[in-house]
Write a protein that binds this ligand. Structure first.
Ligand SMILES: *Cc1c(COP(=O)(O)O)cnc(C)c1O
Length: 251
């Protein structure tokens, strides 16, 4: 058995079977990505695949590295700090995708190549100070809350433009685009609405022509809903379980 297409049920992640190799699972995902692109006339080269390795160990990451991936999504800095020393011989770019406490700014400034869950000025303050100390800059995506679920974090859509305008005070943060998590639902139209809202917010913000801000990237779509996200303009899908298998511990 292989990955089942689940665009009818976006809330239910496709479950890879244990008999498939990681390479097989990834090529099945890439085929589904290409099909989604074809449905809406997009070039598959416009959509990147970010493996989300949270809860999976360094061995699993090495397997993905051998297949050519270098960026890995993680949601806890503690976990990055544990895995990074085991992978010092590899060129891993850690992409932080989970809600970040301000007191973790130091670790992010030191270890992360990118932050996709950037959602408040308090965090910008802390990151700017730490990045200047490290002599580094950081690519960031602004996470926007497109779902009404309380468990989802992110900036309120109405605050986006004024938030972006204030970021010129933080020259070490390089804003590249927006990120969202869709509502967890079996209603594909509700899921699709989250993705189309993010794209519209991006288009509106681009029209404001805010100095120093260019929002090329839209990080949206996960194992259970990436086809809908691609159809709505995603430039990058964040995929964990469909590549690495089901997570045992809640992430
Ligand atoms: C865990 C996680 C993902 C990947 O989820 P899967 O359903 O395993 O693909 C994507 N984005 C964020 C923000 C996550 O926390």
């Amino acid at each position: 058995m292989s990955l089942t297409s689940n665009s009818e049920h976006p809330g239910a992640p496709a479950q890879p079977t244990l008999t498939d190799t990681m390479a097989q699972r990834i090529s099945q995902i890439q085929a589904r990505m290409a099909n989604a692109c074809a449905r809406v006339g997009r070039d598959p080269a416009e959509v990147a695949l970010l493996p989300v390795s949270k809860t999976f160990d360094a061995t699993a990451i090495r397997e993905a590295l051998a297949l050519g991936f270098t960026r890995f999504g993680e949601n806890r800095m503690q976990e990055v700090a544990q895995k990074a020393p085991l992978l010092v011989d590899c060129n891993v770019n850690w992409v932080v995708i989970g809600h970040l406490q301000t007191n973790k700014a130091k670790e992010v400034a030191r270890y992360a190549s990118e932050l996709q869950s950037f959602d408040r000025l308090e965090l910008a303050e802390a990151l700017e100070r730490r990045l200047q100390l490290e002599g580094r800059t950081l690519d960031v995506l602004v996470q926007v809350k497109t779902s009404t679920e309380d468990t989802k974090s992110g900036l309120e859509p109405a605050e986006l433009v004024s938030f972006l305008r204030q970021l010129s005070q933080y020259p070490s943060l390089h804003v590249k685009g927006l990120m969202t998590m869709a509502v967890l639902s079996t209603d594909s139209s509700a899921v699709r609405k989250c993705f189309s809202q993010l794209r519209q917010l991006r288009d509106q913000a681009q029209q404001e022509a805010i100095a120093g801000i260019s929002l090329e990237r839209l990080s949206m779509g996960m194992s259970g809903d990436f086809e809908l996200a691609i159809e709505e303009g995603s430039t990058e899908i964040r995929v964990g379980s469909a590549i690495f298998g089901s997570r045992v511990a809640p992430a």
